[in-house]
Design a protein around this ligand. Structure first.
Ligand code: HEC
Length: 280
């Protein structure tokens, strides 16, 4: 009876945070934000530690991590979403972390400006490794009229150095809104992102009659507002030196005397023959 009172209190007032004992650990739990270190990452359990009526990933739904780049560029910010799909659920929760091999946090999380906030961050330490988490708030439980899934949006800024492969882990909870841990389906997933090593991309620019064209402006543009420009040399050569691999770019040439068709190129290794010939 005492426990039920506590639960009701919590549902009413999100400012109250209960203290639970799991083994020797003190954790503050619950729908207002699950305790850190239950994202399903290596060394962690997931929400199924408490929401344990059904085995993890046994429900009809899933959890997805969206927006993680195949290759991250150091220091670049990426919009990330976590979506829990579960047709039976009425409220939803999640927790996500990003770690490098070895287990320590990789990059940083930023939350969107929104009222009320649907996500929050927390910290934990696993096997001596500090980790950062993003998780739902009590307002983030609800889907505002969307049925069958809930999606949370936030940002991840990649490490400023080469942190090797970064793995994202998320646990999602499709819950039945009974104010308890029973009847809820827990899902886990992970995706990874490699360090975007860079290569040079270059070639030559020629006039319509095949002579090298100097002083033409060559511009390369890519995802996330990536843009660089260079001027061709006396012999029409141009080169971009640090182009992150794993992305598709558009290269265009501007000159007073000739028009050039832009070229699309997907960069996976060094390119030295991306040539352009002008039209009158
Ligand atoms: C240490 C135990 C514990 C862990 C781990 C835990 N929860 Fe909970 N959770 C609870 C308890 C207790 C409740 C019921 C009280 C409440 O609603 O605050 C609850 C309630 C919830 C609810 C509302 C359930 C309903 O049907 O009303 C959601 C959603 C939720 N938790 C999400 C999560 C998510 C997501 C995770 C994993 C990232 C998680 N929880 C991990 C203890 C836990």
């Amino acid at each position: 009876m005492q426990k039920i009172k506590v639960i009701i209190l919590l549902s009413v007032c999100s400012a109250v945070s209960a203290i639970f004992f799991v083994g020797q650990e003190r954790v503050s739990a619950l729908s207002s934000g699950p305790p850190a270190r239950f994202s399903g990452a290596p060394g962690e359990n997931s929400c199924v530690a408490c929401h344990s009526q059904f085995p993890v990933n046994s429900g009809s739904g899933n959890v997805q991590i969206l927006g993680v780049p195949a290759n991250y560029t150091p220091g670049q910010q990426y919009p990330i979403s976590v979506r829990v799909n579960d047709k039976e659920a009425t409220i939803y929760g999640f927790q996500l972390t990003a770690i490098r091999s070895g287990g320590a946090a990789a990059g940083t999380f930023q939350l969107p400006m929104e009222m009320p906030a649907t996500t929050q961050t927390s910290q934990g330490t696993v096997g001596g490794n500090p980790r950062d988490y993003v998780l739902q708030t009590i307002d983030g439980l609800f889907t505002n009229g969307v049925f069958g899934s809930n999606t949370w949006n936030f940002f991840w800024t990649a490490p400023t150095e080469n942190a090797g492969t970064v793995s994202f882990y998320a646990a999602g909870n499709g819950a039945n809104s009974d104010g308890m841990t029973s009847g809820d389906y827990v899902y886990t997933t992970s995706v990874s992102s490699s360090f975007a090593s860079t290569v040079s991309v270059g070639g030559r620019v020629f006039t319509s009659t095949g002579s090298p064209l100097r002083n033409a402006r060559v511009t390369i543009t890519g995802p996330n507002n990536f843009s660089q420009s260079v001027i061709t040399s006396t012999f029409g050569f141009y080169s971009f030196n640090e182009i992150p691999i794993g992305e598709t770019y558009t290269v265009s040439v501007f000159s007073r005397s000739f028009r050039f068709n832009a070229q699309q190129v997907s960069v996976s290794q060094q390119i030295s023959n991306l040539d352009f010939t002008g039209q009158e």
